[in-house]
Structure formats: C-alpha cells, structure tokens
Write a protein that binds this ligand. Structure first.
Ligand SMILES: [Zn+2]
Length: 87
C-alpha cells in the first residue's frame, strides 16, 4: 500500500511537531498516538466512529493530508529518523 503523507506545505510542521513530541492538533507536549495527544486522538476516533463505515477511510486520508494525524507507517519513520524509511 502506498504511504499517505501530509501535503508538502504541511510536512515541515508535522515533522517538527512529532520530533518535539507535540500534538499535531493542539501542540501540547506528551505521549502521542499517531501524532496526537490522548484527548485529540480520542476525539478523532469518536469523529471517525460517527461516520458510516464507507466514509471512514476517506476521512482518515483527508486528515493525514492536512497534517492532523500521522499515517501508521509515518510514525516510526519520523521517530527513528530511519534512513531506509522512504525506500
Ligand atoms: Zn492534542
């Protein structure tokens, strides 16, 4: 599967936030899940659950493109600064 990423104008901000362990939504530092603090991640999951199943993937992709949440594959790549991640 192709790795979805934030659009170019958002990428720098996303990487800076993740490296600083700051939430992509509210900027609060702490333990992140897919780039979000527990309260923002919980809100995103609830928002997703309200949508019909068929729309969830599209919503998640839009959120990733907007730099609001990390794609699953992005999390490890950014955190580890893995030089092979983009191959
Ligand atoms: Zn947050």
């Amino acid at each position: 599967m192709k790795c979805i990423k934030a659009k170019p104008e958002k990428r720098e901000q996303v990487e800076a936030r993740v490296k600083a362990s700051e939430c992509l939504i509210c900027g609060n530092p702490g333990k992140l899940r897919r780039g979000q603090c527990p309260s923002c991640y919980g809100r995103f999951r609830r928002r997703l659950a309200l949508r019909p199943k068929a729309e969830r993937l599209a919503l998640e992709r839009r959120a990733i493109r907007e730099g609001l949440i990390l794609a699953v594959q992005q999390v490890r790549a950014i955190r580890d600064d893995d030089p092979f991640a983009g191959l």
